[in-house]
Structure formats: structure tokens, C-alpha cells
Design a protein. Structure first.
Length: 145
């Protein structure tokens, strides 16, 4: 008879660091969290999940500029990471960069549209651009172009 007991998996080093960062942020040990986050990025930069995690960690540490840079890293590593496109577009619009937000949404739409049945694309496109409401409304043409 085969033994089907689950083996407990030991967390990988990057996962252990992430858990420590989360705990430090929750306990308002910001300097410790920042140092651990820097360590995570230095030692585990090849992992997409490191950069996805770093986006939110930087935001929690009020390091917005670094969060934005990490969003770019995520998209460089995984250009079809749709949620990161949407997040970056929102951040750009919130900072007063509607043209950047629009460009990011346009890139995200190119990723997303191929997975949507043709008969639903117009509705999906309208919904997609509603992410930013007026800041990225595709019906607003660029008259200056």
C-alpha cells in the first residue's frame, strides 16, 4: 500500500523573507521591513513574484516611486501581466499623467483583447477603459496629434 501522507514543505528563502516583511509592516517596524525588502530584491531579483510582492510592500512603506519602478520591472519580466497594467494605469492617472495611463491601458488592451470573443470585444473594451473613467476615456480623441 502506498503512503499518501503530505510532506510539509519548508518555505523557500524568498518566501521566508516575504513573511518577515509582512510581519514587520504589520507591527510598524518600517526600517526593518525596508531593509528586508532591499535584501529580498538584491538576492531574489530573478523571481517575478519578488517584484509583484515588492510593489505592494513599497506602497505599504510609502515608497511610491519605488513601487512604480517595480511595476515596470514586473511588466518587463511578464508583459502579459494584465493586473499590473491596470494598476500602473491607475497610479499614473492618480499622479496626473493621463497620457501615460492611456498608453498603459492601450498596451493592456492589446494583451487582453485576444482572449475575448469577437462579439464581446466592444463591451469589454468599454469596461476596460472604465478603469480610469475620464482619465483614459478612449472616446476622447487626441486633437493635438
Amino acid at each position: 500500500m502506498m503512503d499518501f501522507k503530505k510532506k510539509s514543505k519548508k518555505p523557500k528563502p524568498h518566501q521566508e523573507l516575504m513573511a518577515k516583511i509582512v510581519a514587520a509592516v504589520r507591527e510598524d517596524r518600517r526600517d526593518e521591513a525596508a531593509g528586508l525588502l532591499d535584501e529580498l530584491l538584491q538576492n531574489h531579483a530573478e523571481r517575478l513574484e519578488t517584484h509583484v510582492f515588492a510593489v505592494e510592500a513599497f506602497r505599504q512603506l510609502d515608497r511610491a516611486e519605488e513601487a512604480l519602478l517595480e511595476m515596470g520591472v514586473v511588466l518587463a519580466l511578464e508583459p502579459e501581466y494584465f493586473a499590473m497594467h491596470a494598476f500602473l494605469a491607475r497610479e499614473a492617472a492618480a499622479r496626473g499623467y493621463p497620457a501615460v495611463a492611456r498608453a498603459v491601458l492601450d498596451a493592456a488592451w492589446e494583451v487582453r483583447r485576444k482572449d475575448i470573443p469577437k462579439d464581446l470585444r466592444e463591451q469589454a473594451k468599454a469596461s476596460h477603459y472604465r478603469l480610469l473613467e475620464a482619465a483614459a476615456d478612449p472616446s476622447e480623441g487626441d486633437d493635438d496629434a
